[in-house]
Design a protein around this ligand. Structure first.
Ligand SMILES: [Zn+2]
Length: 339
C-alpha cells in the first residue's frame, strides 16, 4: 500500500488524524520517529527484507506464530496484544479485509491523549524488543516490556523539558531543524526550450537524516520563478501527505520566499501558486519559509537535477539517490566538524 502518494493527491483526513496523534504525543522525537517508521513500514521487518531478497527467517520473533510483517506486529501479534492489554489498551478486532492502517487510525481515534502516548511508546518498545532478540538473542516476555514501558512513561512525566540539542551553528552551513520539527528543502530545474521543470524536495530530521524525498516533473511552466514556486508547493504537499506537521520549508529563490512571507496579496504572474502555497501552509501545526544561499540547498538541487531522468513522480523513503545522499552528508557538518 502506498501511503505517501503523488504530491498532487490529497490523503484522506483519517490518515492525517493518525499522523497527528503520533507526532503530537508528548514523547522525545526519537520515540515518535521510531514509532512512525515502524507503522509506515520503513523499518526492515523480515518480510521487507525478503522483498529485497535478503532472506533470513520469516517467523515473528515475538510470538513465533506468524510471518513477521508490520501489519502482524501492529495489529495481530499475540505478544503485542498482551503488552497493550497490560497497559490498559485493548486492541479492537480487525478482519483480514479491513485496511490495517485505517484500523490503526480508528484505534488512535478511540483512545485519549495519554493512551495515544502509551501506544506510541509501546510500538517503539516492541521494535526494540524485537531487535534485541534478533541481534543480541535477548528475550523479553510481555511482562518485562510492560514494566519497561511503564517506567519509561513515568520517567517522561518527571521531565519538564524534552532534551534540546545545542544550537550553536554557523550561518554558513545548512541548519538542522529543531528536534521536534523537520526541514524540507526544495528546488527546481528548469528547461526553457520545452517549458518544463522538475521539482525536487527532501525532508530531514534534527540529525540531518533523510526521512523522505521526491522528484516530480511538470509541464507548461512559464519561467524559472514559476518552477521554484511549484517546487515549493509540491514539497510542502509532499511533506504534509507524509505526515509531517511541524516543518521549516527552505529554498534558494529569494523572490519566491519573500512573496510567501509577505502579508499582502501577491499580484505577480505567479500569484496563483503563491496563493496555493499559503493555503496549503494552513494545514500545518507550524511552518516557516526560509531563504538560503544556493550552496546550502545542494541536496534539493541535486534531486531536481536527478529527477530529470524520470517521466513520472519518484519517491524515496529513508534514503535518496546517491548524489543526494552525498550532498546531505556534507550538510551534516556537525557530525564530523572540520578542525
Ligand atoms: Zn508475532
Amino acid at each position: 500500500m502506498i501511503l505517501v502518494g503523488d504530491p498532487n493527491v490529497h490523503n484522506s483526513d483519517w490518515l492525517g488524524g493518525l499522523f497527528n496523534s503520533i507526532w503530537s504525543a508528548k514523547v522525545p522525537p526519537k520515540v515518535s520517529i521510531a514509532a512512525w517508521r515502524f507503522i509506515m513500514n520503513y523499518v526492515p521487518t523480515f518480510s521487507n527484507l525478503s522483498m529485497r531478497r535478503i532472506s533470513i527467517s520469516h517467523q515473528c520473533l515475538l510470538c513465533s506464530d506468524a510471518t513477521e510483517t508490520n501489519v502482524h506486529l501492529i495489529s495481530d501479534c499475540v505478544f503485542v496484544k498482551s503488552v497493550c492489554a497490560g497497559l490498559g489498551i485493548t486492541l479492537p478486532f480487525r478482519s483480514t479485509e479491513q485496511d490495517w492502517l485505517f484500523w490503526l487510525s480508528l484505534l488512535f481515534k478511540g483512545i485519549i491523549k495519554s493512551q495515544q502516548r502509551t501506544l506510541v511508546v509501546i510500538y517503539w518498545a516492541i521494535w526494540q524488543t524485537r531487535n534485541q532478540k534478533l541481534h543480541e538473542n535477548r528475550t523479553k516476555n510481555p511482562v518485562e516490556v510492560i514494566q519497561f514501558v511503564s517506567s519509561y512513561l513515568h520517567e517522561l512525566d518527571g521531565l519538564d523539558n524534552i532534551s534540546h540539542q545545542p544550537s550553536a551553528q554557523s550561518p554558513s552551513q545548512w541548519q538542522p531543524p529543531a528536534p521536534n520539527s523537520f526541514k524540507v528543502n526544495f528546488d527546481a530545474s528548469y528547461d526553457k526550450a520545452t517549458a518544463t521543470s522538475v521539482s525536487g524536495g527532501l525532508v530531514r530530521d534534527a540529525d540531518g537524516l533523510i526521512m523522505a524525498a521526491f522528484s516530480c516533473p511538470n509541464r507548461f511552466v512559464r519561467d524559472p520563478e514559476a518552477a521554484e514556486a511549484i517546487a515549493c508547493f509540491q514539497a510542502i504537499s509532499f511533506a504534509k501527505d507524509a505526515g509531517f506537521r511541524r516543518i521549516v520549508a527552505e529554498g534558494d529563490s529569494l523572490v519566491v520566499c519573500s512573496k510567501i512571507n509577505r502579508q499582502e496579496q501577491d499580484l505577480s504572474r505567479i500569484s496563483p501558486i503563491i496563493f496555493s502555497i499559503k493555503e496549503k501552509a494552513k494545514g500545518f501545526e507550524s511552518i516557516t519559509f526560509v531563504h538560503v544561499r544556493r550552496e546550502l540547498n545542494r541536496a534539493a538541487h541535486a534531486l531536481a537535477r536527478f529527477g530529470k531522468s524520470f517521466s513520472s513522480t519518484q519517491i524515496w523513503l529513508e534514503e535518496a539517490p546517491p548524489v543526494v545522499e552525498e550532498a546531505a552528508l556534507i550538510d551534516r557538518w556537525w557530525v564530523n566538524p572540520p578542525d
